[in-house]
Design a protein around this ligand. Structure first.
Ligand SMILES: Cc1cc2nc3c(=O)[nH]c(=O)nc-3n(C[C@H](O)[C@H](O)[C@H](O)COP(=O)(O)O)c2cc1C
Length: 331
């Protein structure tokens, strides 16, 4: 494919010390050491997500499990990688303490890069910045105000999440094409676009909108290295965006048996909150995606899955999406 003739900024490469401005998005149960290291080895940045490396809901979300996973990544790559951390709202002390415990462990293990998800949390931002670590900040529902505050508190990169994304979708139905330039205009630090970026055309669109790089989740599920079940990977390949089911205000799924059941409950009056509780009790992506049981869990994906045609190695996905960067003259 012909290379794109635009000036490519390399702010993300510099800040994150990586070859290509592609960051693998954190995904509950699905982003373990093997996937994370594969992305970092391919020149992007892998991000350890919740329940990394686990295969069942042990309710032992202990810091020690995370320590093992961080150490495993370190044995598999010498390149930078990041840890995903939940930011509760300021003042939710119990949840803050919980996140702080994970941060402290990560600091002990020498982790230098963090991807937050959730809210502005002054104490946790300060804790990361005081370590001299790098913060990639992601508000669940991106806002201009949130991006500006995060920047003023020392965030290094902002993620602008479009409604197209897989996982817990933003509360406002503003697509990637709309939210990325809004956030780009609001801050001076670099912005990563996320939501529906599954091929090089979407990467180019993100850059054209002013993003400095991309944060990619769903595409990496359908990789050799992702621990998602083969059934899940094939379900994504065989599904299309049009048939996705919005099972609650916060999650969409391929039309598997479980999603159809939840959709029926929703139509019969179950609230979004009730549906969310059922999804959470089932371990989120554990049953439907990690274990591939279409009767027990949803398969949460972005709206652009028509672009995903085959299971590929992480390296092939990174090379394909970052093809414009392989010509050094281009940037
Ligand atoms: C199955 C799945 C699970 C996810 N779990 C998490 C999570 O635990 N923490 C988080 O910050 N984001 C989570 N996300 C959101 C991703 O980090 C990211 O924002 C999203 O996947 C990007 O959009 P894309 O899927 O369109 O590439 C999840 C996404 C998916 C698809």
């Amino acid at each position: 494919m012909k290379k794109m003739q635009i000036t490519l900024s390399n702010r993300i490469q510099k800040i994150l010390n990586i070859q290509y401005p592609i960051i693998q998005a954190a995904m509950n149960w699905l982003t373990d050491a093997k996937l994370v290291a594969a992305v970092s080895n391919a020149g992007g940045m892998g991000v350890i997500g919740p329940n990394a490396g686990l295969i069942e809901d042990t309710h032992l979300k202990s810091t020690e499990k995370l320590r093992n996973e961080i150490r495993k990544v370190n044995t598999l790559t010498d390149n930078p990688f990041a840890l995903n951390t939940f930011f509760p709202p300021d003042g939710d002390i119990e949840k803050e303490n919980h996140s702080q415990k994970f941060l402290d462990l990560a600091f002990e293990e020498g982790v230098l890069y963090f991807v937050s998800v959730g809210n502005i949390n002054k104490r946790l931002i300060k804790s990361i910045k005081d370590q001299g670590a790098t913060l990639i900040f992601r508000e669940l529902t991106p806002t201009v105000e949130g991006a500006k505050i995060a920047e003023s508190l020392g965030a290094d990169v902002i993620i602008a999440t479009g409604y197209d994304e897989g996982g817990r979708i933003p509360k406002r139905a503003i697509g990637t094409f709309s939210i990325v330039p809004t956030i780009v205009d609001a801050v001076n630090i670099p912005v990563l676009a996320t939501g529906g970026i599954n091929d090089i055309r979407a990467v180019r669109a993100a850059l054209a909108l002013g993003a400095d790089g991309v944060y990619v989740g769903t595409r990496f599920i359908v990789s050799d290295e992702c621990p998602a079940a083969d059934e899940t990977k094939h379900d994504i390949i065989n599904s299309n965006g049009y048939d996705l089911i919005l099972v609650s205000d916060e999650h969409r799924s391929t039309p598997n048996n479980y999603a159809k059941m939840l959709e029926k409950m929703h139509l019969n009056g179950a609230s979004s909150e009730e549906i969310e509780q059922i999804i959470a009790q089932g371990g989120g992506a554990l049953s439907g995606m990690r274990n591939g049981n279409s009767y027990e869990g949803i398969v949460s994906v972005n709206t652009a899955i028509d672009r995903i045609k085959e299971i590929k190695s992480v390296k092939d996905i990174v090379d394909e999406l970052m093809a414009d960067y392989q010509d050094k003259e281009a940037y």
